[in-house]
Design a protein around this ligand. Structure first.
Ligand SMILES: NC(=O)c1ccc[n+]([C@@H]2O[C@H](COP(=O)([O-])OP(=O)(O)OC[C@H]3O[C@@H](n4cnc5c(N)ncnc54)[C@H](O)[C@@H]3O)[C@@H](O)[C@H]2O)c1
Length: 413
C-alpha cells in the first residue's frame, strides 16, 4: 500500500485531521473535488482559519488528489464528507454514496473504512452492508468499517484532537480495534462502543447544545413580551443556585447544530420536539427585526442598520449557516440600508467605523471578542449617537437586548 491513510473531503474537519495524521508520522493522501482547495493545499496555504494549522501545513507532507478512487491506495480510508440535512428532515448521504461507488472497484481485503462525518443512526451499518452487497466482503472479517465521530469545536482542533475522548464504533470487534489503532497516535483516549452508540453520542452531543441554547432564546422573547430584562432574569436564575444554570441568549446556528438534530428527528418517537428547538433559534432574527420595528415607529424603510458579525461563532471565520445572513435578508426585506462589519471572515465587509457611522440601528449578530471592548461601544456612541443598539449576546455590555446609546449605563461609567 502506498499510504497509511487517505482522507476524503478536505474541509474544516478533513484537512486538520489529514495534517494531524501526517504530523503523527503517517503517510497521508488527501482527496477533495474542490480545485481551489487542492491548489491551496499544494501551495501549503490553509483555505480557512484553524489555529495551529498554518504551521502544520507548511511543515508536514500531505499529498492531494481529486480522485476518490486513488484513496484505495491506503490501508485506511477516512470519509470526512459533508452530510447536510434535506429540507424534509432526512440525512443527505449523497456525497458518501458517490465516494463509496468510486471506491468500490478498488477496495482490497483488510482495508479499513472510517466514517468520520456526522451521520444518522444506522448509517455506519448501511455503509458496511453496501460494501458487502456490492463486493462480497464480510465486514469485520476481511474488510473493516467503523464510525469515529468528530466532536471538536471550530478553532479548537489542534487542542482537542489530542485530548477529547475519541469514540470508536466498529462494525464487529476487529473493525473497532483497527480504527482505534489508526487514531491512537493522535494521543486522545480511545473509547470503544458500537456504531449506533457512536452515532447517537455524536448527534446528541450537538442536540444537547442546541436545545440548551434554545431556552435562553425563548426566555429572551418571553421577557420582551412582559417588559422584563432577560439579563436580569438570567442573573436571578443563576445567582448562587446550586443545580446548574441557564445560558445566555444569542444567534445560535452553524453548519452542525442547525442540521444534526434532523438526524434524530427523521425517525423521532416524539416528532416535532427538536423541530421546535430549531424554530426557536430560527425565529431569533425575526424577533430582533420586529423588536427594532416596534421601537422605530413601525418601519425600517431607509433606516441605516449596521450588522456586526457574519460568522456563526465568535472569533471564527465560518459563515456557513450563520443566522447573520438570515438577519440581513430580513432587514433588506424591510427596505433598510444595511452595512456589515466582521473582523475575521473572508467575505469583504466595511470597516467598523464605516459600518456604524450614522447608523439608526446597530445589531451585534456575532459575539466576536473585538466587540466586547469598551472602545467598541465608545466608537458606536461617537459615530452613531442616536442609534438603537441590539445585542442579544450582551457582547457590548449594554445589559439590555434593545438599548439606545443615550441610555446605556456602561457608556457613562
Ligand atoms: N465543521 C465542524 O465544525 C464539524 C464538527 C464536527 C463534525 N462535523 C461533520 O464533519 C463532516 C464534514 O464537515 P466539514 O465542516 O468538514 O464539511 P466541509 O463542507 O467543510 O468539507 C467537505 C469537503 O468534502 C469535499 N467533497 C465533496 N464531495 C466530494 C467528493 N465526491 N470527493 C471528495 N471530496 C468531496 C468538499 O469539497 C469539501 O471540501 C460533516 O458530516 C459534519 O457534520 C463538522
Amino acid at each position: 500500500m502506498r499510504y497509511d491513510v487517505s482522507v476524503i473531503g478536505l474541509g474544516r474537519i478533513g484537512l486538520p485531521l489529514a495534517l494531524s495524521f501526517a504530523d503523527s508520522g503517517l503517510s497521508v493522501l488527501g482527496v477533495d473535488t474542490d480545485q481551489n482547495r487542492l491548489q491551496a493545499i499544494r501551495e501549503r496555504r490553509m483555505p480557512f482559519k484553524e489555529p495551529g494549522t498554518d504551521e502544520l501545513i507548511a511543515r508536514v507532507q500531505l499529498d492531494a488528489t481529486s480522485h476518490a478512487a486513488e484513496a484505495a491506495q491506503a490501508r485506511a480510508i477516512v470519509l470526512t464528507l459533508g452530510t447536510p440535512a434535506m429540507s424534509h428532515i432526512e440525512i443527505d448521504i449523497r456525497d458518501i454514496r458517490t465516494v463509496l461507488d468510486d471506491l468500490l472497484p478498488h477496495l482490497v481485503e483488510d482495508q479499513l473504512i472510517v466514517l468520520r462525518s456526522t451521520v444518522a443512526p444506522g448509517t455506519t451499518e448501511f455503509v458496511a452492508g453496501y460494501l458487502e452487497k456490492h463486493r462480497s466482503f464480510t465486514v469485520g472479517e476481511n474488510l473493516f468499517v467503523a464510525h469515529v465521530p468528530e466532536r471538536i469545536a471550530a478553532d479548537k482542533f489542534m487542542e482537542e484532537i489530542h485530548s477529547l475522548p475519541c469514540i470508536v464504533g466498529g462494525v464487529g470487534e476487529a473493525s473497532g480495534e483497527r480504527a482505534g489503532q489508526l487514531f491512537e497516535p493522535l494521543g486522545a483516549p480511545i473509547v470503544q462502543t458500537s456504531p449506533v452508540q457512536a452515532e447517537l453520542a455524536k448527534i446528541w452531543t450537538n442536540i444537547l447544545r442546541y436545545a440548551t441554547f434554545a431556552l435562553p432564546n425563548l426566555l429572551m422573547m418571553d421577557c420582551e413580551r412582559h417588559g422584563a430584562n432577560v439579563f436580569d432574569v438570567i442573573e436571578l436564575i443563576n445567582r448562587d443556585y446550586p443545580r446548574g444554570g441557564i445560558k445566555m441568549p444569542g444567534l445560535t446556528a452553524g453548519t452542525c447544530l442547525r442540521k444534526d438534530f434532523a438526524f434524530s428527528e427523521e425517525r423521532s418517537s416524539a416528532p416535532g420536539m427538536l423541530l421546535a428547538v430549531s424554530r426557536v433559534h430560527e425565529t431569533v432574527p425575526l424577533f430582533l427585526v420586529d423588536g427594532v420595528k416596534r421601537r422605530l415607529a413601525g418601519t425600517l424603510r431607509e433606516k441605516r442598520v449596521a450588522v456586526l458579525g457574519l460568522a456563526f461563532k465568535a472569533d471564527t471565520d465560518d459563515e456557513r449557516d450563520s443566522l447573520s445572513h438570515k438577519l440581513i435578508r430580513l432587514l433588506e426585506r424591510e427596505l433598510a440600508d444595511v452595512s456589515v462589519h466582521d473582523p475575521i471572515v473572508a467575505t469583504p465587509t466595511s470597516s467598523f467605523e464605516d459600518a456604524v457611522t450614522g447608523a439608526d440601528v446597530v445589531v451585534v449578530a456575532t459575539n466576536h471578542s473585538a466587540y466586547s471592548t469598551p472602545q467598541a461601544l465608545r466608537t458606536i456612541a461617537e459615530l452613531a449617537p442616536e442609534a438603537l443598539i441590539v445585542d442579544p449576546w450582551n457582547a457590548l455590555g449594554t445589559a439590555q437586548v434593545f438599548a439606545y446609546v443615550a441610555e446605556v449605563a456602561a457608556l457613562r461609567a
